[in-house]
Write a protein that binds this ligand. Structure first.
Ligand code: KMH
Ligand code: ZN
Length: 281
């Protein structure tokens, strides 16, 4: 029988690259809004934050100055593990996505393959994936393998077989489920993906839109960790907009506590993921 982990790592993905404030005014797009959301989410039980930044017009950007300023501001105000998106928006060029590591995050997302993304394509060709992975190894940045479909698990395993383990030795993955074009946000597909992970890997899962709650419950029952936030869903339930990111984190922490796997503090999460103290990975 599989032993359940004692704690649940909760990651908040507060902004993303796809939504605008007209869809939900609580979406944090300025630096002040992002830092306020980060603080509230830490208080609610988050230990890690997955960050996309916006420009002055609220559009997604990978501007390095803004990314660096954001990493510093979130570290100044919280103890959260700071993860920057290297996925960016579907329009972002590969060189800007690689340069995200120059902003010095604790962790970065790393999607291991291309996937249809609604009407668009989220492009992750193998040479880009291998270059990004090797840069994380050189810089000592923890990659979070973002897996949108089962083939991405195969590609992650190929990456590990070819280039060896991540910096720090821990394999951490996140199943992003229910994207139109990716794997469905169901317990069945999550169980299939988890069965393909290497021994000892830690993982979280998130369901886009209405698959948020089914994926959360399935992840808890399979011993996984949780990602929630307004990057993935702007609603709390049917026809009920989310009050803010903290409300989504509060629910995740409540369900984790009910499963007798309470939310990990940022310090406990750092130990779970083999990270050193803040800013010293
Ligand atoms: N915005 C999506 C195209 C990531 O952050 O690494 C990609 C994404 C994944 O959100
Ligand atoms: Zn993202």
């Amino acid at each position: 029988m599989t032993t359940m982990p004692a704690l649940t790592l909760i990651t908040v993905a507060p902004t993303g690259a796809e939504s605008q404030k007209d869809a939900n005014p609580a979406l944090p797009v300025t630096l002040d809004e992002l830092v306020a959301a980060a603080r509230a989410c830490q208080d609610a039980g988050a230990a890690m934050i997955h960050i996309h930044v916006r420009d002055d017009a609220g559009r997604p950007t990978l501007d390095l100055g803004r990314l660096s300023e954001t990493v510093a501001a979130v570290r100044e105000s919280t103890d959260l593990i700071v993860q920057l998106s290297t996925g960016g928006a579907v329009t972002d060029p590969f060189d800007s996505r690689l340069a995200v590591l120059d902003a010095g995050p604790d962790s970065c997302s790393l999607t291991t393959g291309t996937v249809n993304f609604g009407d668009d394509v989220f492009s992750n060709p193998w040479p880009f994936v291998t270059e990004l992975y090797q840069r994380t190894q050189e810089r000592g940045v923890l990659p979070e393998f973002e897996l949108f479909e089962l083939g991405h698990v195969t590609a992650m395993n190929r990456l590990l077989d070819t280039f060896g383990p991540p910096a720090g030795g821990y394999v951490h993955a996140d199943f992003v489920m229910g994207v139109p074009g990716g794997m469905p946000g169901t317990a069945q597909s999550l169980a299939a993906g988890v069965a393909m992970l290497p021994d000892g890997a830690t993982w979280s899962a998130t369901g886009i839109g209405r698959s948020s709650l089914p994926v959360m419950l399935a992840a808890l029952s399979l011993g996984g960790n949780l990602r929630v936030g307004m990057e993935d869903t702007l609603t709390y339930g049917p026809k009920r907009p989310a009050r803010d990111n903290a409300e989504l984190v509060e629910r995740a922490a409540r369900l984790a506590a009910e499963a007798f796997r309470p939310a990990a503090t940022p310090g406990q999460a750092r130990t779970m993921l083999g990270l050193g103290p803040q800013g010293q990975e």
